[in-house]
Design a protein around this ligand. Structure first.
Ligand code: AMP
Length: 227
Protein backbone atom coordinates (compact mmCIF):
# COMPACT_ATOMS: atom_id res chain seq x y z
CA UNK A 1 0.00 0.00 0.00
CA UNK A 2 1.33 3.48 -0.90
CA UNK A 3 0.86 6.04 1.85
CA UNK A 4 2.00 9.61 1.41
CA UNK A 5 1.82 10.43 5.11
CA UNK A 6 0.53 9.09 8.41
CA UNK A 7 -3.27 9.51 8.35
CA UNK A 8 -4.92 11.21 11.33
CA UNK A 9 -8.52 10.14 11.70
CA UNK A 10 -11.45 10.35 14.12
CA UNK A 11 -14.46 7.99 14.16
CA UNK A 12 -17.71 9.28 15.65
CA UNK A 13 -21.05 7.59 16.22
CA UNK A 14 -23.34 6.59 19.07
CA UNK A 15 -22.15 3.78 21.32
CA UNK A 16 -23.15 0.47 19.78
CA UNK A 17 -22.85 1.82 16.22
CA UNK A 18 -19.88 -0.44 15.50
CA UNK A 19 -17.13 2.14 16.07
CA UNK A 20 -14.97 -0.38 17.91
CA UNK A 21 -15.29 -3.07 15.23
CA UNK A 22 -14.77 -0.67 12.33
CA UNK A 23 -12.04 1.21 14.19
CA UNK A 24 -10.01 -1.94 14.79
CA UNK A 25 -10.45 -3.10 11.24
CA UNK A 26 -9.54 0.23 9.70
CA UNK A 27 -6.51 0.68 11.94
CA UNK A 28 -5.24 -2.73 10.97
CA UNK A 29 -5.87 -2.06 7.29
CA UNK A 30 -4.06 1.29 7.32
CA UNK A 31 -1.57 0.34 10.06
CA UNK A 32 -2.74 3.14 12.35
CA UNK A 33 -2.57 3.41 16.13
CA UNK A 34 -6.17 2.67 17.23
CA UNK A 35 -6.80 4.87 20.25
CA UNK A 36 -10.09 3.96 21.94
CA UNK A 37 -10.57 6.21 24.96
CA UNK A 38 -13.19 3.78 26.33
CA UNK A 39 -10.60 0.95 26.21
CA UNK A 40 -7.91 3.17 27.77
CA UNK A 41 -10.30 4.02 30.61
CA UNK A 42 -11.46 0.41 31.11
CA UNK A 43 -7.87 -0.75 31.45
CA UNK A 44 -7.15 2.13 33.88
CA UNK A 45 -10.17 0.95 35.93
CA UNK A 46 -8.97 -2.67 35.85
CA UNK A 47 -5.45 -1.59 36.92
CA UNK A 48 -6.93 0.64 39.64
CA UNK A 49 -4.82 3.61 38.59
CA UNK A 50 -5.60 7.12 39.88
CA UNK A 51 -7.39 7.92 36.62
CA UNK A 52 -9.23 4.59 36.74
CA UNK A 53 -10.51 5.23 40.25
CA UNK A 54 -11.71 8.70 39.29
CA UNK A 55 -13.31 7.50 36.04
CA UNK A 56 -15.21 4.42 37.23
CA UNK A 57 -18.23 6.09 38.85
CA UNK A 58 -18.72 8.41 35.87
CA UNK A 59 -18.51 5.48 33.46
CA UNK A 60 -20.90 3.22 35.37
CA UNK A 61 -23.49 6.01 35.45
CA UNK A 62 -23.15 6.58 31.70
CA UNK A 63 -21.73 10.06 32.35
CA UNK A 64 -18.72 11.57 30.60
CA UNK A 65 -15.40 11.44 32.40
CA UNK A 66 -14.26 15.05 33.10
CA UNK A 67 -12.65 16.81 30.12
CA UNK A 68 -9.35 17.64 31.87
CA UNK A 69 -8.68 13.93 32.46
CA UNK A 70 -9.58 13.01 28.90
CA UNK A 71 -7.51 15.78 27.32
CA UNK A 72 -4.42 14.72 29.31
CA UNK A 73 -4.94 11.04 28.50
CA UNK A 74 -5.24 11.68 24.76
CA UNK A 75 -2.44 14.28 24.64
CA UNK A 76 0.00 11.82 26.21
CA UNK A 77 -0.91 9.10 23.76
CA UNK A 78 -0.70 11.33 20.69
CA UNK A 79 2.84 12.34 21.62
CA UNK A 80 4.12 8.76 21.61
CA UNK A 81 6.70 8.39 18.78
CA UNK A 82 5.00 5.30 17.30
CA UNK A 83 1.70 7.17 17.09
CA UNK A 84 3.35 10.16 15.40
CA UNK A 85 5.05 7.87 12.90
CA UNK A 86 2.10 5.64 12.04
CA UNK A 87 -0.81 8.06 12.35
CA UNK A 88 -3.90 7.33 14.43
CA UNK A 89 -7.60 6.63 14.56
CA UNK A 90 -9.25 8.23 17.57
CA UNK A 91 -12.34 6.27 18.69
CA UNK A 92 -14.47 7.77 21.46
CA UNK A 93 -12.72 11.15 21.45
CA UNK A 94 -13.70 13.97 21.06
CA UNK A 95 -17.07 13.59 22.78
CA UNK A 96 -17.91 17.31 22.97
CA UNK A 97 -16.84 20.67 21.60
CA UNK A 98 -14.40 21.34 24.50
CA UNK A 99 -12.52 18.13 23.67
CA UNK A 100 -12.54 18.95 19.94
CA UNK A 101 -11.05 22.38 20.65
CA UNK A 102 -8.42 20.85 22.92
CA UNK A 103 -7.45 18.52 20.08
CA UNK A 104 -7.16 21.49 17.71
CA UNK A 105 -5.02 23.36 20.25
CA UNK A 106 -2.78 20.33 20.52
CA UNK A 107 -2.41 19.56 16.84
CA UNK A 108 -3.13 22.82 15.03
CA UNK A 109 -5.81 23.42 12.41
CA UNK A 110 -4.65 20.78 9.96
CA UNK A 111 -4.31 18.17 12.69
CA UNK A 112 -6.92 15.80 11.21
CA UNK A 113 -7.36 14.36 7.72
CA UNK A 114 -10.92 13.06 8.09
CA UNK A 115 -13.72 12.43 10.58
CA UNK A 116 -15.82 9.33 9.92
CA UNK A 117 -19.40 9.43 11.25
CA UNK A 118 -21.38 6.21 11.60
CA UNK A 119 -25.06 7.14 11.30
CA UNK A 120 -27.66 4.94 13.02
CA UNK A 121 -31.15 5.52 14.42
CA UNK A 122 -31.05 5.80 18.22
CA UNK A 123 -33.66 2.99 18.75
CA UNK A 124 -31.42 0.68 16.75
CA UNK A 125 -28.34 1.32 18.91
CA UNK A 126 -30.40 1.07 22.09
CA UNK A 127 -31.37 -2.50 21.13
CA UNK A 128 -27.79 -3.35 20.19
CA UNK A 129 -26.36 -2.08 23.47
CA UNK A 130 -29.00 -3.82 25.58
CA UNK A 131 -28.10 -7.18 23.99
CA UNK A 132 -24.32 -6.63 23.92
CA UNK A 133 -22.20 -9.13 25.87
CA UNK A 134 -18.44 -8.72 26.08
CA UNK A 135 -15.85 -11.34 26.97
CA UNK A 136 -13.75 -9.93 29.83
CA UNK A 137 -10.69 -11.97 28.74
CA UNK A 138 -10.41 -11.21 25.03
CA UNK A 139 -12.97 -8.39 24.53
CA UNK A 140 -14.92 -10.35 21.90
CA UNK A 141 -18.35 -8.74 21.47
CA UNK A 142 -21.39 -11.03 21.18
CA UNK A 143 -25.12 -10.43 20.80
CA UNK A 144 -27.56 -12.03 23.25
CA UNK A 145 -30.45 -12.43 20.83
CA UNK A 146 -32.68 -13.99 23.50
CA UNK A 147 -31.52 -11.60 26.22
CA UNK A 148 -29.42 -14.23 28.03
CA UNK A 149 -27.21 -12.71 30.76
CA UNK A 150 -24.13 -14.83 30.04
CA UNK A 151 -22.69 -16.32 26.86
CA UNK A 152 -19.75 -18.58 26.22
CA UNK A 153 -17.01 -16.80 24.28
CA UNK A 154 -16.29 -18.74 21.05
CA UNK A 155 -12.72 -17.36 20.94
CA UNK A 156 -11.35 -18.12 24.42
CA UNK A 157 -14.22 -20.02 26.13
CA UNK A 158 -14.56 -17.23 28.70
CA UNK A 159 -17.94 -16.02 29.96
CA UNK A 160 -19.20 -12.95 28.12
CA UNK A 161 -21.41 -10.64 30.17
CA UNK A 162 -22.95 -7.18 29.82
CA UNK A 163 -20.53 -4.29 30.37
CA UNK A 164 -21.05 -2.62 33.75
CA UNK A 165 -22.26 0.51 31.91
CA UNK A 166 -24.74 -1.37 29.68
CA UNK A 167 -27.60 -1.05 32.19
CA UNK A 168 -30.84 0.43 30.78
CA UNK A 169 -30.36 3.68 32.76
CA UNK A 170 -26.73 4.14 31.73
CA UNK A 171 -27.50 3.31 28.08
CA UNK A 172 -30.29 5.90 28.01
CA UNK A 173 -28.01 8.50 29.61
CA UNK A 174 -25.14 7.83 27.19
CA UNK A 175 -27.40 8.14 24.17
CA UNK A 176 -28.88 11.36 25.54
CA UNK A 177 -25.35 12.73 26.03
CA UNK A 178 -24.39 11.63 22.52
CA UNK A 179 -27.28 13.60 21.01
CA UNK A 180 -26.63 16.66 23.14
CA UNK A 181 -22.83 16.81 23.36
CA UNK A 182 -21.35 14.76 20.53
CA UNK A 183 -23.73 15.24 17.59
CA UNK A 184 -22.94 18.98 17.36
CA UNK A 185 -19.40 17.93 16.42
CA UNK A 186 -20.77 16.64 13.12
CA UNK A 187 -21.51 20.21 12.00
CA UNK A 188 -18.22 21.40 13.47
CA UNK A 189 -16.26 18.98 11.28
CA UNK A 190 -18.54 19.40 8.26
CA UNK A 191 -17.68 23.12 8.28
CA UNK A 192 -14.01 22.14 8.14
CA UNK A 193 -14.61 19.83 5.16
CA UNK A 194 -13.51 16.75 7.10
CA UNK A 195 -16.67 14.66 7.26
CA UNK A 196 -17.10 11.14 5.84
CA UNK A 197 -20.67 10.04 6.65
CA UNK A 198 -21.50 6.35 6.48
CA UNK A 199 -24.76 4.47 7.11
CA UNK A 200 -23.91 2.12 9.99
CA UNK A 201 -26.80 -0.31 9.43
CA UNK A 202 -25.26 -2.66 6.86
CA UNK A 203 -23.10 -5.70 7.51
CA UNK A 204 -19.66 -4.95 8.99
CA UNK A 205 -18.12 -5.69 5.56
CA UNK A 206 -20.42 -3.26 3.74
CA UNK A 207 -19.89 -0.52 6.32
CA UNK A 208 -16.13 -1.01 6.07
CA UNK A 209 -16.20 -0.73 2.27
CA UNK A 210 -18.21 2.48 2.50
CA UNK A 211 -15.75 3.92 4.99
CA UNK A 212 -12.81 3.17 2.68
CA UNK A 213 -14.64 4.62 -0.30
CA UNK A 214 -15.37 7.82 1.62
CA UNK A 215 -11.81 8.10 2.91
CA UNK A 216 -9.98 7.72 -0.40
CA UNK A 217 -10.41 11.29 -1.65
CA UNK A 218 -9.93 12.68 1.87
CA UNK A 219 -6.58 11.07 2.54
CA UNK A 220 -5.04 10.26 -0.78
CA UNK A 221 -6.87 12.68 -3.08
CA UNK A 222 -7.51 9.84 -5.58
CA UNK A 223 -9.30 6.54 -5.59
CA UNK A 224 -6.04 4.55 -5.52
CA UNK A 225 -3.95 3.28 -2.67
CA UNK A 226 -6.41 2.76 0.16
CA UNK A 227 -6.81 -0.89 -0.77
P1 AMP B 1 -16.99 3.83 25.08
O1 AMP B 1 -16.21 2.58 25.19
O2 AMP B 1 -16.48 4.75 24.01
O3 AMP B 1 -18.47 3.56 24.98
O4 AMP B 1 -16.76 4.65 26.46
C1 AMP B 1 -17.20 4.11 27.69
C2 AMP B 1 -17.30 5.23 28.71
O5 AMP B 1 -16.00 5.82 28.91
C3 AMP B 1 -18.20 6.40 28.32
O6 AMP B 1 -19.57 6.16 28.61
C4 AMP B 1 -17.62 7.51 29.19
O7 AMP B 1 -18.02 7.37 30.54
C5 AMP B 1 -16.13 7.21 29.13
N1 AMP B 1 -15.47 7.92 28.01
C6 AMP B 1 -14.86 7.37 26.92
N2 AMP B 1 -14.34 8.33 26.14
C7 AMP B 1 -14.63 9.50 26.72
C8 AMP B 1 -14.40 10.87 26.40
N3 AMP B 1 -13.75 11.22 25.27
N4 AMP B 1 -14.84 11.82 27.25
C9 AMP B 1 -15.49 11.50 28.38
N5 AMP B 1 -15.77 10.25 28.76
C10 AMP B 1 -15.35 9.25 27.94
Amino acid sequence: MIQSHAPKLVILGPQGAGKGTQGQRLSKHLDLDHISTGDLLRSAVADQTVIGKEAKAHMDAGELVPDDIMVRLVAQRLEEPATVRRGFLLDGYPRNITQARALEALRGDDGLDAVIVLRLPIEFVYRRLASRRVCPNCQTVLTAVGGEAEMRCPVCSGTAIARSDDTPEAIARRLELYERETEPLIDHYAERGLLVEVDGRGSPETVFEHILRGLRPMIWGTSEAVG
